[in-house]
Design a protein around this ligand. Structure first.
Ligand code: PRP
Ligand code: ZN
Length: 288
């Protein structure tokens, strides 16, 4: 492999995606010099350079080749319509783009938006939505602090990102029409070199291992020998559970992996089958 090959990754400088993006990179075992206060940072143990940018600019920079890959919300991606490819969904920074109106206004359906002024930073996604619903409204594109627009008389409604909902709440608005669901994705330039593709595959392998580990837990329990078969069917694990004899005759210790989503349901069944001393511990990496 060409030694000079490296991946330049664009990450949001500050905002909803920054912390989770950096956390993911860290869990992939990639560290960088002098923290990440500057606009640019070099990884110390992976051929990677970080560019810290405004999220709205990331698809454009990746498409233009300033960065090779980037982490960005699907909302920004859909709005910018840049020439990039989604390499992997990341599962964090989940949010929705929604239309919201002042909270004491009654809202029945989308036809009510006819002729209204709607402030947004997502004019394209909003225009698509309105068009497919046959509604004509006046779209006011503003780049930030959209939520204050109705309060200062600039608009009748907004179309903005909602995550916890607290921004809307604080500004006396209520969500009436979710129009687009989004999460963070890893994007790449369509044409990257063979060396960079190999590096990207290494990175994706690490990301998948981190994601698998987050979705699974290691489980240990004690069970009467007579229950081994039924418990095995409840916690089949990656291949099959490990079974070790306990010092007490007639009892074994069983170790396996359990999915976070099935967790509580399975625990109840295990208890019903006589499992005792159940321990559940986080997994740091899981190679699948
Ligand atoms: C969005 C949106 C709100 C906030 C909503 O901004 O504009 O300010 O998040 O979150 P909440 O429902 O949890 O209060 P975003 O993070 O996309 O930042 P940006 O507009 O600066 O890119
Ligand atoms: Zn933004």
């Amino acid at each position: 492999m060409n030694n000079s090959a490296k991946l330049r990754i664009a990450i949001q400088k500050s905002g909803r995606l920054s912390e989770d993006s950096l956390q993911l990179i860290k869990e992939c075992g990639i560290s960088f010099k002098n923290g990440i206060g500057a606009l640019k940072a070099e990884a110390t143990n992976f051929p990677m350079e970080f560019l810290l940018l405004r999220d709205d600019d990331i698809p454009g920079y990746v498409a233009d080749g300033v960065a090779d890959i980037g982490i960005v919300g699907e909302n920004v991606l859909a709005e910018k319509q840049s020439h990039v490819v989604i390499a992997h969904k990341l599962g964090f920074s989940k949010c929705r783009l929604s239309i919201a109106v002042p909270k004491n206004e009654s809202y029945e359906d989308v036809r009510q938006l006819e002729g209204k002024r709607i402030a947004t930073s997502y004019p394209k996604i909003l225009a698509n939505f309105l068009q497919s619903n046959g509604v004509r409204a006046d779209i006011h594109e503003i780049s930030g602090s959209v939520e204050i627009a109705p309060g200062i008389g600039l608009a009748d409604a907004v179309c903005d990102i909602v995550s916890s909902g607290s921004t809307l709440f604080i500004n006396g608005l209520k969500e009436v029409e979710p129009i687009f669901y989004s999460e963070a994705v890893l994007i790449r330039r369509p044409e990257i070199s063979e060396e960079q593709t190999a590096l990207l595959n290494q990175l994706l392998f690490r990301i998948r291992s981190v994601q698998a580990a987050r979705n699974n837990k290691y489980i240990l329990l004690n069970a009467p020998e007579s229950k081994v078969e039924v418990i095995k069917s409840l916690i089949p694990g990656m291949k099959s559970p490990s079974i070790l004899p306990l010092a007490e005759p007639g009892w074994v210790s069983m170790h396996s992996v359990i999915n976070e989503n099935d967790f509580w349901e399975v625990i109840e069944k295990l208890q019903a089958e006589g499992a005792q001393g159940i321990l559940v511990v986080p997994i740091e990496k899981m190679i699948v």
